[in-house]
Ligand binder design. Structure first.
Ligand code: H79
Length: 417
């Protein structure tokens, strides 16, 4: 069971992932060689020698990074409720002031400032929860950290855990205020006992801090889906706590060649599918080495954010949906007690919902309150049916939400007979 202080996670629904590190400097290309894989893996994929990779730190100087503006935009414009930054990704580089390893942003770069501390202050100012990503098993800089696709058999992984991983996690939990969650990733060969050591460490310092589904041996606090994999069905395991990490293009860390951006419309529909199935959407941005989010990505998230902020009541704090028996193109549902939210994502003049058995007391456009005419009736076959008329001025429009106030607490979806 979760504690009272962890319930925020169930209501949050939409968060911002930030993948930012030395790989952002390479931006998908090293010495003329491009990677067509996720850009933060470039050291591994292109076999860059550790000594060469470490030298990248000498170039890290994100003078355009503005934590305050970053967080303000995520919260107010994009509607995101929590932020998770890569404190240390597989490359082993710490984006904060670490006394445990000199391979960090304060010691090793001309920039010399603690990224995580700036983010913490901004998050506190704007009331956004902050978590951090920490690669607990893979560390390509530490001789005893794991590296996928390499021989790890000679490594003293316990030594890495005791001398780098756990001391760094301790720093993160002690020096940056309240941490809402730790996003551990790629547990690889970590044992049950080692996973428990990590969990005990975290909970002894911050008992309410949630642990991602990839902490190790499925011992985390919630279910994490595969990267970009959306459950087909509602998922209610782990007390209904689950989250999908996802990208806007095809990479996490910045790749200057990746322009395969999903459209804002696509992202809105993904968000609603995730929310209706009970989960949280942790959507990623990969800032450049200068510390800015690519403009194309900003434009998409601005559009998504407009929908999210105008229709927040139909997103935050909503409950997992039962399965509606039909797939209606351009329609997604979310709900709370006595309310069914019908998200209209493609133009239409009428919303027809077949096999729904509720009584409706009121129908209106959620963002404006404009009341709509509707009929609750039975089809010729005897199935429940609700029809809502869309007003003329909205006929060519998409991306708005119709709220149906229900007499019954829950939606009554009738099976297809
Ligand atoms: O942080 C992001 C990814 O870097 C991380 N999880 C998300 C949240 C992640 N770590 N591992 N994986 C995802 C699995 C991917 C492994 C591979 Fe590959 C990437 C296999 C193919 C592409 C590395 C790069 C190995 C070959 C190419």
């Amino acid at each position: 069971m979760k504690t009272k202080n962890q319930e925020w996670f169930k209501d949050a629904k939409y968060g911002l992932f930030i993948h930012w590190g030395l790989y952002s400097i390479l931006a998908g290309e090293y010495k003329g060689q491009k990677t067509d894989r996720i850009a933060e893996w470039i050291e591994n994929f292109l076999d860059i020698p550790v000594e060469e990779y470490e030298k990248l730190a000498e170039q890290f100087n994100p003078t355009q990074f503005d934590a305050d503006a970053f967080v303000k935009r995520a919260k107010e414009q994009w509607g995101m409720q929590y932020i998770v930054l890569t404190a240390k990704h597989h490359e082993g580089f710490a984006m904060y002031d670490s006394k445990v390893s000199d391979f960090n942003v304060v010691k090793a770069t001309p920039y010399g400032k603690d990224i995580l501390k700036q983010l913490q202050l901004a998050c506190e100012k704007y009331g956004v929860r902050m978590g951090f990503y920490y690669s607990q098993a893979q560390d390509w800089d530490d001789p005893n950290g794991f590296m996928q696709h390499r021989d790890n058999s000679k490594k003293d992984f316990q030594k890495y855990l005791d001398e780098k991983c756990k001391p760094q996690v301790k720093e993160l939990l002690e020096n940056y205020g309240k941490i809402c969650l730790i996003w551990f990733d790629t547990p690889m060969g970590i044992t049950v006992d080692q996973t428990q050591e990590l969990i005990d460490l975290v909970k002894s310092i911050q008992p309410d801090c949630l642990l991602s589904g990839r902490t190790g041996n499925h011992m985390g606090d919630y279910m994490t889906t595969g990267d970009n994999f959306i459950p087909r069905l509602p998922y209610d395991g782990y007390d209904g706590y689950w989250e999908i990490p996802a990208t806007v293009n095809d990479t996490w860390g910045y790749n200057k060649y990746d322009t395969n951006w999903k459209s804002a419309d696509h992202i809105i529909s993904l968000l609603l599918k995730i929310v209706s199935r009970g989960g949280n959407y942790l959507l990623n941005v990969g800032p450049t080495a200068d510390g800015v989010v690519p403009e194309a990505c900003v434009e998409i998230l601005n559009k998504v954010g407009k929908y999210v902020t105008e229709n927040g009541e139909a997103i935050y704090g909503t409950k997992i949906m039962p399965i509606y028996p039909y797939d209606i193109p351009g329609i997604e549902f979310t709900r709370r007690e006595h309310k069914l939210y019908v998200h209209v994502l493609s133009p239409r003049i009428r919303v027809e919902l077949l096999n729904i058995g509720n009584q409706v007391s009121k129908a209106y456009i959620l963002s404006t309150g404009q009341e709509l005419t509707y009929r609750v009736q039975r089809s010729c076959e005897g199935d429940g049916m609700i029809e809502v008329d869309i007003p003329k001025e909205l006929h060519g429009k998409k991306n708005y939400c119709v709220c149906l106030e229900l007499v019954e607490e829950d939606p009554i979806f009738e099976p297809i007979k």
